[in-house]
Design a protein around this ligand. Structure first.
Ligand code: ZN
Ligand code: ZN
Length: 329
């Protein structure tokens, strides 16, 4: 799939080999798509019952310490889907979002209600940045340019997103198809499916891929789910790549269910994904930073606490961290 054809037409056009999730023009879900029409979007916007969020939420200051010699992994939740993952010798950042708004314009669109738990300026040197898909709440081009300027990391992106980064002057970009991987020192980074979609503009829907990542250092396996509905891919990922020690799972942006269900898990579905992956532990993400959907700011954590005992999962196995807080294993 990576041996794409480059046609030197007036514009450079990328094309990939057709597959069970690419039809030669657009990417799709091999187990079935459930796209919502513009009419459904309008129905949600007209009839939705958005619970208002506070405009500002104070956060605590957690000092970021380097990885101790006895630690094999430290995961720090920065905000939304942004985690700092420190392995011995390799530091990874997931879907780095540091801008105030997740929107094509700087003056409108969802605005953060708290600052990043770790500021961009206080990050340790970053070796690899992994991007799950191109939605604005996951691919913050301004943040990526700043990271490139400071650390020159390797950027891993889904197929179709490489041109977006390269146009911005970012050079070390590698685009991956599902199940492709790269190795950085001792860490394998494998791109895997997710039940989602992509778009940055009105006319580029599903022109690029979306997905999740398994990071395997030999000593520890971490699964970053990206943005996803509850689909058959979790069981498949466990079968192919083995159970992770830690999974980073989205629990927010799920209401109204009739509109969001296919592409965003609710907390109970995240607990089911936790069980299907066979992960030792999970950390919740994709909630509490930007209001993207109708649920209140406290609902994801409350619904997760209700869902865990229903599925006999202890609370200490599925953690909610504060922005800037770390888990070391
Ligand atoms: Zn998304
Ligand atoms: Zn998202």
């Amino acid at each position: 799939m990576l041996n794409f054809l480059v046609l030197f037409l007036p514009l450079v056009v990328f094309s990939y080999t057709k597959s069970d999730h690419y039809d030669g023009d657009k990417f799709f879900l091999p187990w079935g798509d459930n796209h919502k029409s513009i009419w459904s979007l309008m129905k949600w916007k007209l009839t939705g019952d958005k619970v208002p969020w506070p405009s500002h939420v104070p956060i605590k200051n957690y000092p970021l310490s380097p990885l101790a010699a006895t630690e094999t992994l430290k995961a720090t939740w920065i905000n939304h889907a942004t985690f700092l993952l420190q392995f011995p010798g390799v530091t990874v950042l997931t879907d780095p979002v540091f801008s105030d708004r997740v929107s094509p314009v700087s003056f409108a669109g969802p605005k953060r209600v708290h600052g990043p738990g770790v500021s961009l300026e206080s990050l340790p040197p970053i070796d690899v940045v992994i991007i799950s898909h191109n939605h604005y709440d996951h691919l913050d081009l301004e943040a990526l340019k700043l990271l490139d300027g400071r650390f020159h990391p390797l950027f891993l992106v889904p197929l179709g997103d490489e041109a977006l980064l390269k146009k911005s002057g970012i050079q070390t970009v590698k685009a991956l198809d599902w199940w492709e991987e790269v190795r950085v020192k001792d860490v394998r980074l494998i791109f895997a499916p997710a039940q989602h979609w992509s778009a940055r503009k009105l006319w580029d829907k599903n022109k690029s891929l979306w997905g999740s990542y398994m990071l395997d250092s030999g000593a520890r396996k971490v699964y970053f789910a990206g943005d996803t509905g509850h689909g058959p891919h979790f069981k498949d990922i466990k079968t192919r790549l083995g159970a992770p020690d830690l999974a980073l799972l989205p629990i927010g942006a799920y209401k109204p269910r009739w509109f969001m269900k296919y592409y965003h898990m609710d907390p109970e579905e995240a607990v089911m994904a936790h069980l299907e992956l066979g992960t030792q532990r999970s950390i919740a993400m994709h909630f509490g930073t930007f209001q993207l959907t109708d649920e209140g700011i406290d609902e994801p954590a409350r619904d997760l606490k209700l869902a865990l005992p229903k599925h006999n999962v202890p609370e200490q196995s599925f953690l909610i961290l504060q922005p800037g807080e770390s888990l070391s294993i």
